[in-house]
Write a protein of this length. Structure first.
Length: 248
């Protein structure tokens, strides 16, 4: 079962993670979805695949009213990111979905119409959530050629898509990185193989190092907090990516 867990709260401003699901079928890669809420309205990042829609929906329904979801954000085009799109649109056909412009003609194969998509330009853009400014930050080629992360400057949280992802064993229960070395071991193969460009990676590391980030929240694996955020950025900057090897 997936469960929602609050990772940040400041008044009416929340971040909740719908975390890894130890009960999922083992042929599916596990995913984290993040619900960002501000004064009664929410945005859902990388809402997930068709297979896990019921689990994500019921986890959200236990902590808030799913009708408060006013926007979807897809970091890139993969099925584990956004193949549930048509199901979310059944809940609310007017739901906008922010996507990197490069994928604006591809993601509609998962659902939606010409009113659904809000293409994000390559340089990124601000997204308003009921008065809270979120920023779509470029992360191209990490791993997808059109790829964005989402930064909440007020909460100092960066949703980092596949950057920081780790394929953790099912007995790793915490949603947070508790043992940096253990998580990095589970992240190394994934980053070497899935991240395609060393120069794009260095650009991202430079950009991320300048941002104030208390939590770096990946779409797979565990959340980096505090000093582990910069430790991760430093580790990633040194890692040689684009290597043909098993993602383990
Ligand atoms: Fe992906």
């Amino acid at each position: 079962m997936k469960k929602a867990q609050t990772i940040y709260q400041n008044g009416d401003h929340f971040w909740q993670v719908i975390a890894r699901d130890p009960a999922r079928p083992n042929y599916l890669i596990d995913t984290n979805e993040y619900l960002i809420s501000y004064q009664g309205q929410s945005l859902l990042t990388d809402p997930g695949g068709v297979e896990i829609f019921p689990a994500v929906f019921s986890a959200i329904a236990q902590v808030s009213n799913p009708e408060q979801i006013k926007a979807l954000f897809a970091s890139h085009q993969d099925p584990d990111i956004i193949s549930s799109l048509s199901m979310w649109l059944e809940l609310n056909p007017a739901l906008p979905c922010y996507v990197p412009w490069l994928w604006a003609g591809f993601i509609p194969h998962f659902g939606g119409n010409q009113d659904t998509f809000r293409p994000i330009p390559d340089e990124g853009m601000n997204i308003d959530l009921n008065g809270l400014t979120l920023t779509a930050v470029p992360a191209h080629f990490l791993h997808s050629p059109g790829n964005c992360h989402l930064y909440d400057a007020r909460a100092r949280i960066l949703f980092s898509g596949d950057v920081g992802a780790a394929l953790l064993p099912d007995d790793y229960a915490s949603v947070f990185v508790e043992d940096f070395d253990r998580v990095i071991k589970a992240a190394a193969g994934f980053h070497r193989r899935w991240m395609g460009s060393n120069s794009a990676k260095l650009d991202w590391c430079e950009r991320a190092a300048k941002m104030e980030i208390d939590m770096l929240c990946p779409q797979h694996g565990a959340i980096f907090r505090g000093e582990d955020v910069q430790r991760f950025i430093n580790w990633f900057a040194e890692l040689k990516v684009g290597v043909l090897a098993l993602a383990k």
